[in-house]
Design a protein around this ligand. Structure first.
Ligand code: NAP
Length: 335
């Protein structure tokens, strides 16, 4: 699926985009186009990954005409570009609608027009029963993707649209662990919202493996979700304290738009969720092709979920302290 293929990654200079680029290059990709807005980030990435299979396209996903030319002759598109900082988006909600919603529809339109084989968008747990505008825009992105096949003529278009969802990537840009480590290294206090708060845990390597496996098995219109462990803030701070001495912590209370626990599948979606090895897959009843019987045969070893009430970070197994510590050390943030 990877070897010899031409890829385009929207948001290719971001945390996921960069890591995915390296992985695809190592796996024998023919070429990879990176599409993003900021030229400095592109220059930095060009210097970091010196490979003549990489092409850098300046462009904004809000500009459909730009996407039409950028997507020409591409086999697989990963759609990772997004605005994602919750408070910034609460302050500028329509900017997130323009990027995360309209931009995503532009990605769909350009993929159809250019006959891209597979298009995978990267979703988040914040899109599940969303409590903030970021989550709401990412929910609409997923809906646009899973429904895109409803109105296409499958004889004319081969494009398959698939969404995937996971929780906070340990150590990704803007996430809490690099921030805490920086503060602890500088002997500053760290600010905890609520010690009971839980989050799913996934490392970048695990996210990459998930993205590549989904690329392989996606048939179109599904939402894939990995089976994950979680941690609470108490465990996180005590683990960090074993790595660098924590001088002071302050509890500041949950922030607007934040949830105490995140869900990766809500109770309504669970009605349409199946187990597929290490993953769950939602086959939405609003997708025409999933309304016909026997569609499950397209996925080997698919099992209907029957005994799960919610899939949220407070009711899955917790990661052990030792495993969390190792994952934090592997981030190489401590020098
Ligand atoms: N990080 C996580 O923990 C996490 C968890 C679950 C899901 N996700 C999702 O995974 C995706 C990637 O996340 P990330 O952590 O890699 O994000 P990131 O580091 O913030 O990167 C975002 C990328 O999108 C580009 N971008 C933003 N607006 C754009 C626009 N209008 N047109 C073109 N490019 C644009 C940015 O570059 P420019 O600013 O130069 O354009 C950057 O390359 C996002 O969709 C996010 O919602 C992330």
């Amino acid at each position: 699926m990877i070897k010899g293929k031409k890829f385009l990654i929207t948001g290719g200079t971001g945390s996921l985009g960069k890591a995915l680029t390296k992985k695809l290059l190592d796996s024998g990709a023919d070429t990879i186009r990176i599409l993003s807005r900021n030229e400095s980030k592109q220059i930095e990435m060009e210097n970091e990954i010196n490979d003549d299979r990489l092409r850098f396209f300046l462009g904004d996903i809000r500009d459909e005409a730009r996407l039409q030319t950028a997507f020409e002759d591409v086999d697989i598109v990963y759609h990772a570009a997004a605005l994602k900082h919750v408070p910034k988006i609460e302050y500028n909600p329509f900017e997130a609608i323009k990027t995360n919603v309209i931009g995503s529809q532009n990605v769909i339109n350009a993929s159809l027009n250019q006959d891209v084989e597979k298009v995978i968008c990267v979703g988040t747990d914040k899109a599940v029963s969303p409590q903030n505008t970021y989550g709401a825009t990412k929910l609409i992105m997923e809906k646009l993707f899973v429904s895109a096949s409803n109105y296409i003529n499958s004889e004319k278009h081969r494009t398959k649209f698939t969404a995937l969802r996971y929780g906070n990537v340990l150590g990704s840009s803007g996430s809490v662990i690099p921030k805490f480590i920086e503060q602890m290294k500088n002997n500053q206090p760290i600010y905890i919202t609520d010690e009971r708060m839980t989050r799913f845990t996934i490392t970048m390597d695990e996210a990459l493996e998930f993205v590549l496996n989904v690329t392989e098995i996606a048939q179109g219109s599904e939402i894939f979700i990995p089976k994950l462990l979680s941690y609470d803030m108490k465990l996180l701070t005590s683990t960090l304290n074993e790595i660098i001495e924590l001088k002071e912590k302050e509890i500041i209370g949950i922030r607007p738009g934040e949830k105490l626990h995140e869900s990766l599948i809500n109770s309504y979606e669970l009605l349409y969720t199946y187990e597929l090895g290490d993953y769950y897959v939602i086959l939405s009843p609003h997708v025409t092709k999933f309304q016909s019987s026997g569609i499950e045969k397209n996925y080997p070893d698919l099992k209907k979920i029957s005994d799960m009430e919610t899939y949220s970070s407070d009711n899955v197994s917790k990661i052990s302290k030792e495993e969390l510590k190792q994952k934090i050390l592997n981030l190489n943030l401590i020098t």
